[in-house]
Design a protein around this ligand. Structure first.
Ligand code: ARG
Length: 450
C-alpha cells in the first residue's frame, strides 16, 4: 500500500484504514458528478503551466490529450473514482500518471487539492445556476401560457384562506409566472456574482511561481479571478450557501404553488384536477387517485433549506482550509439534484392541470363584491371609511346584480385582473431567455450521471 495516497511519503506508516474510509465518506461517489469539471480545470491549469515555462509545448499537448481521453471515458461511464481513491482529485492524478508516467506527476505543480476542488465546485455552481435560471424560466413561461389561455376564469381571491374578493385564474397563474421570473433572474445574477476563478490560489497562500491566473480563468470561461488566495479558500462554502439559498427562492415559490394545487384538487375546493397519469393510487383504497406529485414538489423546499443550514453550520471555522469543508459538497449536490428535478417536472405539471370553471365560478359568492361596492361609493366622493361601514351594514344587498365578470374587468389597477398586462411579464421572460448562457457553453458539458 506504500505510496498509495498522493501525499504518502516513503517510509511513513500507513494511515489507519477505518479512519481513511471515514474521512473519504461519500466523497468518492459525489466526485463522480464533478469529474468533468475537475478535468476541464486541470487542462486549463496545465496550459497555464506551459505559458510560464513549467511544461514545454509537447508536454502540455500530451497532458491535454490525456485529459481529453479521460473526459471521453468519463462521459462513457468508463472512468469513475472508487473506494481506493481518496477523492476524485486523487483518482484523476492517478489516471494521468498511469497514462503519462512522470509527466502525469507534473500536473500538480503549483496546485493544491484545495484550489482544485474550489475550481471544480465553482464550475459546477455556474452550470447549475444556469440550469436553475432556465428551469425557473420554463415554469414561468408555462404559467404565462396558462394565464393567457384563461385570463378571465373567475377564482376566489383568498386572504387567511377565507374568501375575500373575486379574482381570476389569469391573475393566479401570472403571480407564479412573475415569481419564477424573479427566481430565474436571481439565479442569473448570482451566477454572474460568483463567476470568478479560484485556480492558482493553491492551498490558500499562493506559490513561488508567476502563475497565469488570469489566462487560466479566461480559458475556463470565468469573468475574472478571486484575487486574494486566502479569500479564495475561505470563500469555500460561502458561495455554495448562496447558490443553495438562490435555489431555495425557487423551491419556496414551488412549495406555495404545490400547496395551492393541493387545496384546489380536493373535493372540498374542486377547482382543479390532475390528469390520471399524474396521479398515484392507494394500496388499500381502490377509490383513490392521489396528488403525490404536488406533495413531493412541496417537500423539496425542506431538502434545500436543510442543505443551506448544513452548509452554513459547517462554516463556523477560522480562516484557511479545514477538512470540514469537504462536507459542504453532499448537501450542495443533494439540493441541486432534487431542486432542479422538481422544477423540470413543475414546468410540465403546469401545462397539464385542469380547471373546473363552474366550480370556480360558484365559489365566487356575492358578498365578495363588497369591497368593489365600497370603492364605487368612495370614487364619487364618499370618504372610504364611511362607504366601508355603509357597505358592511348591507352585506346581503351586495348580492343584488352581482356581476363577477364586470367586477374582474373593472379591477384596472395595474397588474390586477382587469389589467394583467401579460406582455410586460413576457418581455421580462424574453429578456432573461436572451441572457441565458447558450447550451453547450459549459466548461465540462453535461456532468456524468451520479
Ligand atoms: N476532498 C477534499 C475536499 O473536498 C479535497 C481537498 C483535500 N485537501 C486537503 N488539504 N486534505 O475538501
Amino acid at each position: 500500500m506504500s505510496g498509495h495516497y498522493l501525499w504518502s511519503k516513503t517510509g511513513g506508516p500507513e494511515p489507519d484504514i477505518e479512519m481513511m474510509a471515514f474521512l473519504a465518506a461519500d466523497d468518492v461517489r459525489l466526485d463522480r458528478q464533478l469529474l468533468l469539471y475537475d478535468i476541464a480545470a486541470s487542462a486549463a491549469h496545465a496550459a497555464g503551466l506551459a505559458r510560464i515555462g513549467v511544461l514545454d509545448a509537447g508536454e502540455a499537448a500530451a497532458v491535454k490529450q490525456a485529459l481529453d481521453e479521460l473526459a471521453a471515458a468519463c462521459r462513457a461511464g468508463r472512468f469513475t473514482c472508487s473506494a481506493p481513491h481518496e477523492d476524485g482529485h486523487s483518482a484523476l492524478e492517478q489516471a494521468l500518471v498511469e497514462k503519462l508516467g512522470a509527466l502525469g506527476r507534473k500536473i500538480h505543480t503549483g496546485r493544491s487539492r484545495n484550489d482544485q476542488v474550489l475550481a471544480t465546485i465553482r464550475l459546477y455552481l455556474k452550470d447549475r445556476l444556469a440550469d436553475l435560471a432556465a428551469a425557473c424560466l420554463a415554469v414561468a413561461e408555462a404559467a404565462l401560457e396558462r394565464a393567457a389561455a384563461d385570463p378571465d376564469l373567475p377564482l376566489p381571491g383568498y386572504t387567511h384562506l377565507q374568501r375575500a374578493v373575486p379574482s381570476s385564474l389569469g391573475l393566479w397563474w401570472a403571480s407564479y409566472a412573475e415569481a419564477f421570473i424573479d427566481d430565474g433572474e436571481l439565479a442569473h445574477l448570482v451566477r454572474a456574482h460568483l463567476d470568478r476563478s479560484p485556480l492558482g490560489s493553491a492551498a490558500g497562500y499562493g506559490v513561488n511561481l508567476p502563475l497565469d491566473r488570469d489566462g487560466v480563468a479566461a480559458e475556463l470561461g470565468f469573468a475574472g479571478v478571486i484575487h486574494n488566495p486566502l479569500y479564495a479558500q475561505t470563500g469555500r462554502g460561502k458561495f455554495e450557501l448562496l447558490a443553495v439559498q438562490t435555489l431555495g427562492q425557487a423551491t419556496l415559490d414551488l412549495r406555495r404553488l404545490a400547496w395551492d394545487l393541493s387545496l384546489y384538487t380536493t373535493a372540498e375546493f374542486g377547482f382543479a384536477a390532475l390528469p390520471p397519469e399524474w396521479t398515484t393510487g392507494s394500496s388499500l383504497m381502490p377509490n383513490k387517485a392521489n396528488p403525490d406529485i404536488v406533495e413531493m414538489l412541496r417537500a423539496c423546499h425542506p431538502t434545500v433549506q436543510a442543505a443551506a443550514g448544513e452548509i452554513e453550520n459547517l462554516l463556523a471555522l477560522p480562516g484557511g482550509y479545514h477538512r470540514d469543508l469537504q462536507s459542504t459538497k453532499a448537501p450542495l449536490l443533494r439540493a441541486f439534484g432534487r431542486g432542479l428535478a422538481a422544477l423540470a417536472l413543475s414546468a410540465r405539471l403546469v401545462t397539464v392541470v385542469r380547471f373546473d370553471r363552474a366550480a370556480m365560478q360558484a365559489a365566487v359568492t356575492p358578498e365578495m363584491l363588497a369591497t368593489d361596492r365600497a370603492i364605487d361609493q368612495a370614487r364619487t366622493g364618499t370618504p372610504f371609511r364611511d362607504a366601508y361601514r355603509a357597505t358592511a351594514g348591507r352585506l346581503p344587498a351586495t348580492a343584488a346584480g352581482a356581476d363577477v365578470a364586470a367586477s374582474l374587468a373593472a379591477r384596472v389597477s395595474p397588474g390586477a385582473c382587469g389589467a394583467l398586462d401579460l406582455d410586460g411579464l413576457r418581455h421580462r421572460a424574453a429578456g432573461l431567455r436572451r441572457r441565458l448562457p447558450s447550451r453547450g457553453s459549459s466548461s465540462a458539458g453535461a456532468p456524468p450521471a451520479p
